[in-house]
Design a protein around this ligand. Structure first.
Ligand code: ZN
Length: 409
């Protein structure tokens, strides 16, 4: 086993063990005492249910995680990568087509293997806790649409990346960087109008108290919005949310229908003010810039490693190729990706606190924000007392009690 193989193997094991420990600690934190802030909001039955939900999801995560690690190790050490390569090369296509077939097969197999888990999560776990609203036909249609979209959008991108690294020599990484960035921005630009409506229905919010409250608030903070949309989130789940998409004049605020049903106008306004805070405080721009920088760094490192013999030896590949190099590099990158991920989560938690503060300062209504957060946690059966290590590794938002404390502080 060479150094590269050892690094990747250790990274897989380390990740598995660390997540296991975090899960274990997280479950040990469960206690029957309801935090004081939630008295009167969580009834004891529902609180118990939220703990059950956490336990079941954690156990399910263990099963999925263990399965994934076993599959990848069997495929790797069973010499699956070179076997597949030999077969795909026998079709005698050029390097780009061969690469697309090779990667396509791996992605397809990976998706098929995760399908039973996704069915179980939706139709057994979410169902049991009363969240699931997805019918089998919605589930199937989602899958068909998702796969078609992945093929339609992913193939040109992948073909482009393969072609740059195949033919553009040492310039490949930054050509690629520019092309991928433009492509991603383009997709994000068309997403609200072309892609998202494939999966959900967006209807403009009806005139009324809520809409005029939102528009006049937006004006008060000098944040022009053309329209507010309601999304039929209830088509898939009873869980609720709100978000912004697109930029410029395509920017839209989206409220889940499930959210509107549960909250007062004041609470909805507080939630939207939080979302607008992300824009006003330039969090959206920040994460976009960081994403682009990370992409550049990744492509640069890729350009160094893609011709490195050791990377291919690690996976028993007799022949070098751009496509296999891309996959292997992805695995080699994961330790670095792990630390970057943790940093991004920390940044995100900080931004969430900042957006909460923005909401409270501009609406001058800390109670509505706090109430909204409480209701959301109860409704979505959130874990009120996650372990700090678990938060550090996985949370993009601070735990709800911390948010409430900051808001009311
Ligand atoms: Zn937020």
């Amino acid at each position: 086993m060479n150094t590269i193989a050892l690094i990747i193997l250790l990274a897989i094991i380390f990740d598995f063990i660390l997540n296991g420990i975090a899960d274990y600690l997280n479950l040990k934190m469960l206690c029957n005492e309801l935090p004081a802030a939630f008295h009167g909001v969580y009834d004891p039955d529902r609180y118990r249910k939220s703990q059950q939900y956490l336990k079941i999801n954690t156990r399910f995560g263990w099963v999925t995680g263990t399965f994934n690690v076993i599959v990848i190790l069997i495929f790797w050490f069973g010499r699956g990568f070179p076997l597949l390569d030999e077969w795909v090369r026998s079709f005698n296509y050029g390097p780009i087509i061969t690469g697309l077939i090779y990667m396509g097969i791996l992605i397809l197999v990976k998706s098929l293997l995760s399908l039973p888990f996704s069915i179980y999560a939706t139709f057994v776990i979410e169902e049991r806790f009363g969240f699931n609203q997805t019918t089998w036909s919605t589930f199937l249609l989602d899958m068909i649409k998702g796969v078609s979209l992945a093929i339609l959008l992913g193939t040109p991108l992948l073909a482009g990346v393969l072609a740059f690294f195949e033919y553009a020599g040492s310039n490949a990484w930054w050509y690629c960087w520019i092309a991928v960035t433009v492509y991603m921005l383009g997709v994000q630009f068309i997403a609200p109008t072309w892609i998202m409506p494939l999966f959900n229905k967006f209807t403009p919010l009806e005139d009324g108290e809520l809409k005029s409250a939102i528009l006049s608030y937006a004006e008060s903070i000098n944040f022009p919005i053309a329209n507010v949309y309601v999304m039929d989130g209830s088509r898939r789940s009873r869980k609720s949310n709100a978000f912004f998409t697109g930029f410029g004049r395509h920017r839209r605020i989206v409220l889940y229908d499930t959210l509107i049903k549960q909250h007062t106008v004041g609470e909805l306004l507080a939630v939207l003010a939080h979302e607008m805070g992300h824009y006003k405080k330039k969090h959206i721009l920040q994460s976009m810039v960081l994403g682009i920088l990370q992409m550049g760094m990744m492509l640069y490192l890729l350009s160094i490693f893609i011709s490195y013999q050791g990377l291919f030896d690690a996976f028993y590949m007799p022949q070098k190729s751009v496509y296999a190099g891309l996959i292997f590099f992805g695995m080699l990158y994961s330790p670095l990706g792990f630390f970057i991920g943790i940093f991004m989560q920390m940044l995100s938690r900080r931004n969430e606190t900042e957006a909460d503060r923005f909401s409270v300062e501009t609406t001058r209504d800390p109670n509505s924000m706090a109430e909204a957060l409480k209701k959301l946690s109860v409704h979505n059966l959130s874990n009120l007392l996650p372990h700090p290590l678990y938060v550090f590794l996985n949370y993009s938002h601070p735990p709800v009690l911390k948010r409430i404390r900051e808001i009311q502080g």
